[in-house]
Design a protein around this ligand. Sequence first.
Ligand code: PLP
Length: 456
Amino acid sequence: MSTAVQAVEAEHVSARYAQRVNPQWVRLLRLLEMDVRYERCVGAELFTSDGRRIVDFLSGYCVHNVGHNHPDVVEALRRELARCGPAMIQTHVADLAGELAERLCARAGGRLSKAFFASSGSEGVEAAIKFARAHTRRNGILAAEHAFHGLTCGALSLMSDEFWREGFGPLLPETKTIPFGSLGSLERELKGKQFAAFIVEPIQSEAGVRVPDADYLRNAESLCRRYGTLFVLDEVQTGMYRTGTFLAAHQFGVEPDMVVLAKALSGGLVPVGAVLMSDEVCDSVYSSLPRAFVHTSTFSENSLAMRAGLATLEVLEREALGQRATDTGKYLHEQLTAALREFEMVKEVRGLGLLMGIEFQAPKQIRLRIPYEAFGAIHGGMFGQILVMRLFRDFGFLTQVCGNNFMVLKVAPPLVVEQAQMDAFVAAVRSVVELANSPGAFWSEALGLARRAFRS
Ligand SMILES: Cc1ncc(COP(=O)(O)O)c(C=O)c1O
């Protein structure tokens, strides 16, 4: 197909999407020069219809741990479809669900011995809220400020950032957020014995890849036990070996009562989520024969999702991607730190395994501070979006800033990322930061972006 025809087709796809799905999304992608057509996605690489090769350093927010379209997961799904098995009968025992639950619980360990399957992270968080209430007979749910737990009403009730809540009316009552990392605030709230659960990400991803002090989670767990509150970890981003171990919980030495998994669980190919929990929590929901189906969902346990989960686990372990996340994460952290050390606008490179963030800060030099503040006044995300845009357009790297902290660039490539790809990424980030450090081109780009945003 000629380039001109491809361009017309690409335009048509976006125009139809804008007309029938979400025009503002298309507008935003165009502003950022990221409205491209991906034709083929393999491992950490994405190939576009106009012949570009993009290296993915976002992984769909930690979905693609095994890489895009891993051949073994694709093959397992193909076979599952070909066998014409019971995909969604609903009134049967789903054979693959038991097997996947067994494997997940074996890897999670501790108190986690049962699983409830869902189709997204938000749905998993909703289930955790209901199960905690049923188990404790309390209504309150406590969470940490700036967390991201999902955008359904219950999950959203646990998120403090007004951007996500505004316009959506009253959310769940008896929900509260406290500063992440503050044991004092946690104990003050738990003392009243009103809270069914404290739901927390072991590393706050969208809040800016915030890694807690080594003993925060252990102490939080003890406080929860003392006051009869369930200790629930949202490992939707951190789980499935993203930080090096199967769960981030394993690195912090905690034994949660429930863990929510999703995203990478099905190799990035089928929607799936899972809530792992103790026998006691499970029994308090499915407590009698009439309550055998009191919490369920149509697509939960569907055979494609379960098959994808089993195949993904096998790939993660056969290819030792946890160890690889630890080793490559250490390498990438060292390289980024060394490459960015001299720039005053880079505050810190931090993270665990291959979940990393580069935090930027306002420049001190007056020649940089003036444009920085001017563009910040237009939109707080402007600086980060120029970084993202330049990395994408000029260097072929897909990244994003954190959803609740625009000053942190998220670095989370598929766990199969190769050293040459990491080296090229480090060089690209350095070039873009160097550019931001000189008042010319970077800031005139920001001006162009601001103009386009207001014109269109
Ligand atoms: C930590 C965390 N929890 C829950 C969710 C919600 O997951 P989903 O988008 O699959 O509903 C997300 C989504 O980004 C997340 O990052």
